[in-house]
Ligand binder design. Structure first.
Ligand SMILES: [Zn+2]
Length: 269
């Protein structure tokens, strides 16, 4: 990697203050994957960076790439400030989840244009206000897992490879999900000591359909509450298994569902 100026389209994932007036920003870029840059004087400079670095934003950035140190942000042009996302706490919490997943599950410098487009599409959809529900996060989960190479096997049993029928075939409708094995398991292959999550064939089918669908067609899916509840618990457990910890924003969203007023007082991420 050479020292050079780079121009990139970037989604801001998070920021931390550094020293007296600098700020370090985590970016996910279309051209170079995830990068951390330092914005010198970001907290003092009103003109250059104001309103541009608070996630989520979509930017066109120019930064000076330092292969062995912190790259320096030179300029940032705001392409989308996602104002609507920041005006409603539930929508903001969902956006935080999307950013956290991106930060935790991607590696610095690994380019994935399709994943960038996915994250951008879902932020735009959240911001449009047309679709803000929980289902949007499940679509993002399953499509993100697919694009990052972690798609769980849910079309059949991950052990015996039998496909799940409609409940009347050779495999019964009682199936489970194993985060450890990365897929669904039929009742016949379950071992007594295994840690499993309950799953229905309908939910397994909903997840595999969502993974294959182009982003813009996902709104045609009409998942019922059981699919969403089971899908959430399976994917939450699986992602936690992959990254080795729970998302801060996931517990924020769960709190919102139970008691929106107290969740409002929680720290912003
Ligand atoms: Zn099996």
């Amino acid at each position: 990697m050479r020292k050079e100026y780079r121009k990139a389209q970037a989604i801001t994932l998070g920021t931390v203050d550094y020293g007296e007036s600098d700020r370090i920003i985590d970016l996910y870029t279309l051209e170079y994957g995830r990068v951390s840059v330092i914005a010198k004087g970001a907290r003092r400079s009103l003109k250059r960076f104001v309103g541009k670095l608070d996630p989520p934003t979509l930017l066109e950035v120019i930064y000076f790439n330092a292969p062995y140190g912190l790259s320096r942000l030179d300029s940032a042009e705001l392409l989308d400030g996602f104002i609507n996302i920041k005006q409603e706490v539930a929508t903001y919490a969902r956006a935080c989840y999307l950013l956290e997943l991106t930060r935790e599950m991607t590696r610095a410098g690994q380019v994935n244009e399709k994943f960038f487009e996915l994250a951008k599409y879902f932020l735009e959809t959240l911001g449009s206000g047309k679709e803000r529900g929980e289902n949007l996060l499940r679509y993002f989960d399953i499509k993100a897992l697919d694009l990052l190479g972690f798609l769980p096997h849910v079309e059949g049993c991950v052990v015996c490879r039998d496909l799940f029928g409609d409940g009347g075939g050779s495999v019964s409708s009682d199936i489970y999900f194993s985060s450890h094995k990365g897929g669904a398991i039929c009742a016949g292959c379950v071992k007594p000591t295994e840690e499993l999550t309950a799953l229905s064939v309908g939910t397994a089918r909903f997840l595999s359909t969502a993974a294959r669908m182009p982003n813009e067609k996902l709104k045609r899916l009409r998942p019922n509450q059981v699919f969403l509840r089971e899908g959430a618990s399976v994917l939450e457990g699986f992602i936690k298994h992959l990254i080795g910890k729970e998302f801060k924003s996931a517990s924020f969203i769960n709190k919102l569902g139970q008691n929106p007023a107290s969740a409002m007082n929680m720290k912003r991420y």
